[in-house]
Design a protein. Structure first.
Lengths: 56, 248
């Protein structure tokens, strides 16, 4: 296991590259979820406002 | 034509929603197999007379990311061109949705290449033709996104940034041929010429399956982003309101 992690002494390079990739891709997915939630909240608030306006 | 039915945002939105889970499953499978194979089933050395040591395993991210950076740029430019020619809203939205994922893969190709360069070439960075042209590709993505969002009227922003994307296409052949420089004295390339037929089978397999996984990942994120863009831009329409009521 430790042999696997050390990658012949180049572990920092290999895991650095893999770790950075993982972090960036996860950040993208997280940002997409947040973007979608924000749009839903804003649009439904607008719809509510407008229907209230119609009734008045 | 049945195909054109899906060229309207209203009909593509639910279709994209159905496709996204499939792309996530395929991405998970391919990336899982690719990581397992690349890290555990590959030899510790790459190449013949002067082999690269274990650090070469960065290849399983670096090469797929670099390929994707170019293919996604081609997609960005093609959607932009279709948008300009046929004036279709969905094409511009596709282009806009593709750019951030493409920029991320370009950045990853640059940074993982830099990490790989330090142990193998003895330097993090060099103004070599391929590195420089890939960096310009990254700036093109950033420029596209900046221009697209800088203009308030998004129809005008779409058209202006589409032009930039199409002009930037010139970088793709430059990146592609930048390691086959005609005169090595003029521009010494750090990347060695590579050929897939000479690669060890397990390394090649892991690299290709990782590429497939990153493609599937890209489709999933691009379609997710596209759906958000559609909602944002079509917020005033009745079909979006129906979706909001359904999900509320």
């Amino acid at each position: 296991m430790s042999e696997f992690l050390s990658q012949g002494g180049y572990g920092a390079y290999v895991w650095g590259a893999y770790g950075l990739t993982l972090i960036l891709l996860m950040a993208e997915v997280w940002q997409l979820r947040r973007q979608r939630r924000t749009i839903f909240t804003r649009l439904s608030r607008m719809v509510r406002l407008r229907t209230r306006g119609d009734q008045a | 034509m049945k195909l054109f039915r899906f060229s309207s945002p209203a009909s593509f939105y639910p279709l994209a929603g159905k496709l996204i889970p499939f792309f996530w499953v395929l991405a998970g499978l391919a990336l899982g197999i690719g990581l397992y194979w690349g890290l555990l089933e590959t030899p510790d050395r790459l190449g013949g007379t002067n082999p690269q040591k274990e650090y070469y395993r960065i290849i399983f991210i670096h090469v797929p990311a670099a390929w994707l950076s170019m293919w996604l740029y081609l997609m960005l430019a093609v959607w932009s061109a279709i948008g300009l020619v046929f004036n279709t809203r969905l094409s511009f939205m596709m282009a806009r949705a593709t750019a951030p994922t493409g920029a991320i893969f370009t950045f990853l190709a640059l940074v993982t290449g830099s990490i790989w360069g330090h142990p193998s070439w003895g330097t993090w960075w060099d103004w070599d033709p391929r590195l420089t042209s890939e960096l310009i590709l990254f700036f093109l993505y950033v420029g596209y996104l900046a221009l697209n969002s800088a203009i308030d009227d998004h129809r005008r922003g779409d058209k202006a940034s589409a032009l930039l994307a199409i002009v930037g296409l010139v970088m793709l052949p430059i990146i592609f041929w930048s390691i086959n420089c005609p005169d090595p004295n003029q521009c010494a390339a750090l990347h060695q010429r590579s050929s897939m037929s000479q690669m060890e089978g397990n390394i090649l397999f892991a690299m290709l399956i990782m590429t497939l996984g990153m493609w599937m990942y890209s489709f999933a994120t691009i379609l997710t982003r596209l759906r958000s863009i559609i909602l944002e831009r079509e917020g005033d329409t009745t079909w979006v309101k129906e979706i909001l009521e359904k999900e509320a």
